[in-house]
Design a protein around this ligand. Structure first.
Ligand SMILES: Nc1nc2c(c(=O)[nH]1)N[C@H]1C(S)=C(S)[C@@H](COP(=O)(O)OP(=O)(O)OC[C@H]3O[C@@H](n4cnc5c(N)ncnc54)[C@H](O)[C@@H]3O)O[C@H]1N2
Ligand code: MOO
Length: 406
């Protein structure tokens, strides 16, 4: 059977998804959500010409002939307007954030003044017109687009949106991803495995990856390796509302107990493709189960993860309407030689660092067995080797797919 190239598989999977609808939520719950529309400032910031320093609001014109004394005619603390006007020979006491009074065009820091008496200040430094004043709209203006559609909101965006009084942003609905683990050997984390049993680590590996990428994982539990057990779990899927993507874990290969395709096929699974030119992850399935897109991930943890990063995460990002849907890829130099690659695109667990010039240097981790979680946890990137890549010497440029946001 020919194996489907990774790019073609990604293209077919990408075509199966479109952005979900939107909802309005309170800004304090918007961290990590994706904006569904462009968001405009609901006000101008600062709303008035504001002082950037504690000091005195003056007219620069009054200071052009060297050290000068000016009459103090009032105060403009933050939050209060001085209602008068600064005319020739006068100044107003002002504080950081305070509105600059009419007539004044400059603020002198208080450190550059003396107070001969309560009603007068002496200024010894020359004044540069406009100094220490933040003009109205200096940060942003009413109606200005501050956050573009498809932006993943961080604390920094949320702080700015708060300042712009965008109290209820419109964000895309979180995709709901159903996860069905399969295998007689699996017990849940925290339970004590019996003879021949292991922990269902893939469920948490994937549900956490889904949360990290803006989705909601809906756990359908573990189906044992028999038809009835699988059918019972599939029935749980029917009871779930609004599942946007159905993921099975394990049972994707050709063994006697690998029943996923067979059983799901009898209940409406239409397979779009099976088996990819990818390592690890070759037996991945993509199809539609009763109109719901379905990805059958291989059971080996590194295989499941590599497939999830390459296909599940982009699908999530498309559903979320994010600006960047592809995996973050950059170029790094090999820290060592690598042998030629086989027919599958290899995603080697690897670790990169940056040298003094900012160039990335990447080292493939020594243990690439697709069952090994220890090397997966140590990796901060996947080193991509195209199918049939020739042997590469240390120093050769290669592509790396970033796993952490460094
Ligand atoms: N004769 C062949 N055998 C295999 C082939 C092949 O082409 N011909 N492909 C191999 C490849 S490549 C992979 S990858 C695996 C994938 O197999 P399955 O998807 O059928 O996965 P299982 O057999 O169910 O499990 C494989 C492995 O992973 C462990 N596992 C399964 N689920 C979980 C889980 N939720 N959490 C943690 N670990 C899990 C399971 O215990 C097995 O050790 O097939 C090869 N075989
Ligand atoms: O391609 Mo499988 O994913 O070796 O382990």
């Amino acid at each position: 059977m020919t194996l489907m190239p990774v790019e073609q598989a990604l293209h077919l999977i990408s075509q199966a998804f479109t952005p979900l609808g939107s909802e309005i939520i309170p800004l304090d719950q918007a961290l990590g959500r994706t904006t569904a529309i462009d968001h405009q400032a609901a006000l101008t910031q600062p709303p008035f010409d504001a002082s950037a320093m504690d000091g005195y609001a003056v007219r620069a014109e009054d200071l052009k002939d060297g050290p000068t004394e000016l009459k103090l005619i009032g105060e403009a603390p933050a939050g209060q307007h001085f209602t008068g006007t600064v005319i020739a020979g006068t100044a107003v006491r002002i504080f950081t954030g305070g509105p600059v009074p009419a007539g004044a065009d400059t603020v002198i820091m208080q450190e550059n003044t003396t107070r001969p008496d309560d009603h007068c200040i002496r200024i010894t430094v020359p004044a540069e017109k406009g100094r220490n004043i933040r003009p109205a709209g200096n940060d942003f203006s009413h109606g200005q687009i501050l956050v573009k559609q498809g932006t993943v909101l961080t604390a920094r965006h949320i702080g700015m949106m708060a300042a712009a009084n965008i109290a209820h942003p419109s964000v895309t609905i979180k995709p709901r991803i159903a996860l069905l683990s399969t295998g007689d050997e699996l017990v849940q984390v925290g339970e004590t495995p019996g003879p021949g049993q292991i922990i269902n680590s893939n469920n948490l590996l994937l549900s956490t990856l889904i949360s990290e990428n803006g989705g909601i994982a809906v756990d359908l539990g573990i189906a044992r390796d028999n038809r009835t057990a699988l059918e019972d779990r599939i029935a749980l899927l029917d009871k779930q509302q609004d599942i946007d993507l159905f993921i099975t874990i394990g049972g994707a290969s050709v063994g006697d107990h690998d029943l996923v395709q067979d059983v799901l096929g009898q209940h409406g699974l239409k397979v779009n493709f099976w088996k990819l030119a990818i390592r690890p992850g070759k037996p991945m399935i993509f199809g539609h189960f009763k109109n719901c897109p379905m990805i059958g991930l291989p059971g080996n943890p590194a295989s499941a993860y590599v497939c999830a990063v390459n296909f599940l995460v982009p699908a999530l990002h498309i559903m979320l309407g994010r600006q960047n849907t592809g995996a973050p890829i950059s170029i790094a130099r090999l820290a060592h030689d690598l042998p030629e690659n086989g027919a599958r695109q290899d995603y080697m667990r690897a670790h990169f660092t940056e040298d003094d010039t900012g160039a990335k240097i990447v080292t493939a981790l020594p243990r690439q067995d697709s069952a090994k979680l220890s090397s997966l946890a140590l990796a901060n990137c996947l080193l991509i080797r195209p199918p049939h890549a020739t042997a590469a010497k240390s120093g050769t440029s290669v592509s790396i797919l970033h796993l952490t946001k460094e």
